[in-house]
Design a protein around this ligand. Structure first.
Ligand code: ADP
Ligand code: MG
Ligand code: ZN
Length: 787
């Protein structure tokens, strides 16, 4: 079979999407490849299709149990033998899968990175014919990525151990330059075929507003978009509750989603939205993963999110069918503060050592700052985003608020001069607020305490309104006339360009909007669109058929215990409504119907189409009961208690430790049993594989993998680290006010080695490795005191 036949036969599609062919061809020619494509663009097919065409086994490394399960279900549904190996399997299931793998039963095996170095798996891998290692979500190798996973660093060691180097393919949706370079370096891709497909979504209108009354603005927006579906993203669960309650009280068809709701309610609400039973979804960022609803016409950010990455992923759910959509961000200063708090108190970072934690926090602050600048830039908003991802925009897109607003150039040299002068005269010691309060001449305790009331610039700009000062300040930072430190103090510093203004009198000119045209107003002139399903207007009769097909899909999904979209996507159902196939051949022309799926369900769907054709006019009864995955809550495990931050580690933990929610009495869920604290048993200890040199997270990852995850919580790095500190293996010292950790003589004696590394900024720091002896001592301690 050639690749087109595989595409049709297994996946039911006729044409490849942008980028897919180049990557597939590269792999088939034996080259390494690197695909950088946005979420939803179809990266999985790029490794699955060649995997089915090549001899031997493709290992797919994937970070998240739910993603693996989803993809393996999809493949199984398409008639492909595939399996996954991760900690969700019991030991029995694991060895069974491994022995089937040895027999060559699976062309595609998904595996968690932690598994790669376990003895059982290695033994299999060394004796199997592994043709390709596909690294999905490959940004996890990078410290600069959103979701760094130390275990991803083991991939390359694993590949080196294989008798013959397989093709290595890597895929990610994260496109910042640092991350891309990291992926190529760390995975040691050899002269890869690199394919980047467009991040641009020209059909999305982008806008930023700072309404005084956010709720009123939101309500107005929703009301002038009647009959259209939209998502409202809020930063906190509390706000989700509040906003959805108010919208409901105001008569809007609304539902809500956040990680604090029961599984049942989330599932129900998500379905209500997906199946258009509710028009508006109010949600935290926990909502949206794997959601392929294509008729979402607007995405409103009720709060500014924490990063451009998060923002772009969220607005990416708008108008996936290429129809026009609107993405409006409601900015307020409080959003910055809230996000700062999240960064400072991020529970996910607690397990990191102090230095890594500090690096991660700096990175997050930097991201937040760039997100904030998005809200202040007067340049093309699309261009700003594309540049952030390392792409070149056109400077003018014509479909964002800034491109359609009237701007005037305003000379702000005087203001800029005073701000920069103030920074310079206080010897670059204070943050933005102190600088602005000083030039405004504010009489606050802080200003008096810092003696800024006797600074030469005190009150120099008393006549300029504060918001204008802030705009100029942001402009200065955007244009690199000033910068701020990445630490929690965010101190304003001079740059090379500062002096041009201060000493050479270079003029600073800034674009300012003449009048804030409310984009909603412009849009409200438009006629309201007819309801659409998956981006296509169906006639009333076809709507009826669509409902029928959907009910059938739901029935099958229940029988097979998979989510409905794994049976057929909405798009495929709509396509069935249009084609109205009467024969197998006709059914196979429907996009998304392949041979295998036809064998499984084709006849039932054909019968449904025929029946409807003979019975137009009879009442349809959609009867969509909430779909029950029978205890499989993997699709919804993106919980973090504090804040619904979609984070791979958190999701893993939430799954493995059971979520924090109250168990529902009538559900027999295996994941919901209360778990005991981690205990090291003799039996577990005997299974541990001690390598010559391992990081602490490697060792603990392995231990967690080996433990019985159903009854026992994870061992945390923090607890072990605490003990290692307590017994004097490390000491903390301060370099320029930042804590550094270094090894003591006791630590060396213990068997820990330190290796010097250079951070991005050129600071030296230590990375610690544990010898066999040290690893054993840790395990002995765990055995002794129960962890
Ligand atoms: P990504 O990993 O890039 O986020 P996926 O691989 O999960 O995206 O694919 C997203 C959706 O696109 C899936 O439903 C998949 O079946 C569909 N898809 C992929 N390739 C094609 C294609 N060539 N034609 C139609 N649909 C496709
Ligand atoms: Mg993917
Ligand atoms: Zn623009």
């Amino acid at each position: 079979m050639d690749k087109y036949q595989v595409l049709k036969q297994y996946f039911g599609y006729d044409t490849f999407r942008e980028g897919q062919e180049a990557l597939i061809d590269g792999i088939l020619a034996g080259r390494d490849v690197f695909g950088i494509m946005p979420t939803g663009s179809g990266k999985s097919l790029c490794f699955q299709i060649p995997a089915l065409m090549m001899e031997g086994i493709t290992l797919v490394i994937s970070p998240l149990i739910s993603l693996m399960k989803d993809q393996v279900s999809t493949l199984n549904q398409a008639g492909v033998h595939a399996a996954y190996l991760n900690s969700s399997l019991t030991a029995g299931q694991y060895y069974k899968a491994l022995s089937l793998a040895r027999e060559g039963r699976y062309p595609i095996i998904y595996v968690a990175p932690e598994r790669l170095e376990t003895e059982g798996f290695l033994d299999f891998a060394l004796h199997a014919k592994i043709t390709m290692v596909a690294v999905d979500e490959s940004h996890c190798v990078s410290q600069w990525g959103q979701d760094f996973r130390p275990s991803y660093l083991k991939i390359v060691d694993f590949i080196k151990k294989l008798p013959k180097r397989p093709v290595v393919s890597a895929f990610t949706a994260t496109a910042t330059k640092e991350v891309r370079e990291d992926i190529i370096d760390i995975l040691m891709l050899q002269d890869p075929v690199v394919v980047t497909t467009g991040y641009d979504r020209p059909n999305l209108y982008l806008g930023v507003q700072s309404p005084k009354d956010k709720y009123a603005a939101l309500k107005n927006f929703v009301e002038i978009h009647p009959g259209q579906c939209g998502i409202i993203y809020c930063l906190t669960r509390k706000l989700v509750e509040e906003v959805s309650d108010r919208l409901r009280a105001d008569g809007i068809s609304v539902t809500r989603y956040h990680a604090g709701l029961s599984d049942k309610e989330r599932r129900q609400n998500q379905d209500d939205f997906i199946y258009d039973r509710c028009q508006v979804m109010v949600a935290t960022n926990a909502f949206g993963m794997g959601i392929d609803k294509s008729n979402v016409r607007y995405v409103i950010h009720y709060n500014m999110p924490k990063s451009i990455e998060a923002f772009y992923q969220e607005i990416g759910r708008c108008s996936r069918d290429q129809e026009p959509g609107e993405c409006i961000l409601f900015y307020s200063g409080q959003d910055v503060v809230t996000n700062q708090l999240f960064i400072d108190n991020n529970q996910d970072n607690q397990e990191l050592d102090p230095l890594t934690r500090q690096i991660v926090q700096e990175r997050d602050r930097d991201r937040l700052r760039k997100m904030t600048f998005y809200c202040f830039t007067n340049e093309c908003l699309r261009d700003y985003i594309l540049r952030y991802f390392g792409e070149y925009g056109s400077n003018y897109c014509g479909n964002c608020q800034n491109c359609i607003s009237q701007f005037e150039n305003v000379d702000v040299t005087d203001i800029a001069g005073a701000l920069i002068g103030c920074v310079s005269s206080c010897r670059q010691r204070y943050g933005v607020n102190v600088i602005i309060d000083t030039v405004r001449g504010a009489n606050t305790a802080k200003i008096r305490q810092y003696r800024m009331d006797s600074n030469a610039y005190y009150s120099a700009l008393a006549k300029v309104p504060a918001h204008r000062l802030r705009m100029v300040m942001n402009h200065l930072m955007l244009q690199d006339f000033l910068t701020v430190t990445n630490d929690e103090y965010a101190i304003v510093k001079l740059t090379g360009k500062s002096l041009q203004v201060l000493e050479e009198g270079e003029p600073v000119v800034m674009k300012m909007a003449k009048e804030q045209d409310h984009p909603a107003k412009i849009k409200s002139e438009k006629k309201t669109r007819k309801n659409k399903t998956a981006g296509v207007s169906l006639s009333d009769a076809d709507e009826g058929l669509f409902e029928k097909l959907r009910t059938l899909r739901m029935e099958i999904a229940r029988e097979e215990n998979v989510p409905p979209y794994i049976v057929f996507s909405d798009k495929t159902l709509v396509s069935m409504c249009m084609v109205k196939p009467r024969t197998k051949a006709e059914m196979l022309t429907v996009s998304g119907v392949g041979e295998f799926k036809f064998e499984k369900y084709g006849e039932r769907f054909l019968a449904c189409v025929m029946e409807e054709a003979g019975a137009i006019g009879s009442e349809g009864d959609p009867a969509d009961e909430p779909y029950d995955t029978g205890g499989d809550d993997l699709y919804f495990t993106s919980d973090s208690d504090e804040f619904d931050d979609w984070n791979l580690e958190t999701a893993m933990d939430a799954w493995e430790n059971g979520s924090q929610e109250k168990p529902e009495p009538d559900k027999k869920k295996k994941g919901k049993k209360t778990k005991t604290e981690f205990i090291m048993t003799q039996e577990l200890a005997e299974q541990i594989h001690y390598s010559e040199k391992a990081s602490l997270s490697d060792l603990i990852g392995q231990i967690n993998d080996l433990r019985d995850g159903e009854s026992m919580k994870r061992l945390t790095i923090k607890s072990v680290e605490q003990w290692l500190n307590d017994i004097g293996n490390f000491e903390i010292w301060f370099l320029n006010g930042t804590p550094r950790k270094r090894l003591t003589e006791e630590g060396e004696e213990f068997g820990i080695q330190a290796e010097k590394r250079l951070s991005d900024k050129g600071n030296e720091y230590d990375v610690f490795y544990y010898s066999k002896k040290a690893q054993k001592r840790i395990v002995e301690w765990l055995l002794g005191n129960g962890g």
